[in-house]
Design a protein around this ligand. Structure first.
Ligand SMILES: [Zn+2]
Length: 63
C-alpha cells in the first residue's frame, strides 16, 4: 500500500484509480481528482512527507 499524498488515504497500487509520475517516481491516488490536485502543485504535497520532523507522535510501545 502506498499513501495518496493529497488526501492521506492508503491506496493499493494495483487498484489505484489514478497515478502519475513525478521526478521519476510513481505516485498513486484514490481518485482522479487527487491526481489533478497533485499535478497542480506536486511540491506542496511532497513537502509534507519524507521530512524527518513529525508533527504528531504515535505512542509505540514495544510491549
Ligand atoms: Zn485521495
Amino acid at each position: 500500500m502506498v499513501k495518496d499524498l493529497v488526501c492521506g488515504m492508503m491506496v493499493d497500487p494495483e487498484k489505484a484509480p489514478a497515478k502519475t509520475e513525478y521526478k521519476g517516481q510513481t505516485y498513486y491516488f484514490c481518485a482522479p481528482g487527487c491526481k489533478v490536485a497533485f499535478e497542480k502543485d506536486p511540491e506542496k504535497y511532497l513537502e509534507g512527507t519524507g521530512e524527518p520532523h513529525e508533527h504528531h507522535h504515535h505512542m509505540h510501545h514495544e510491549h
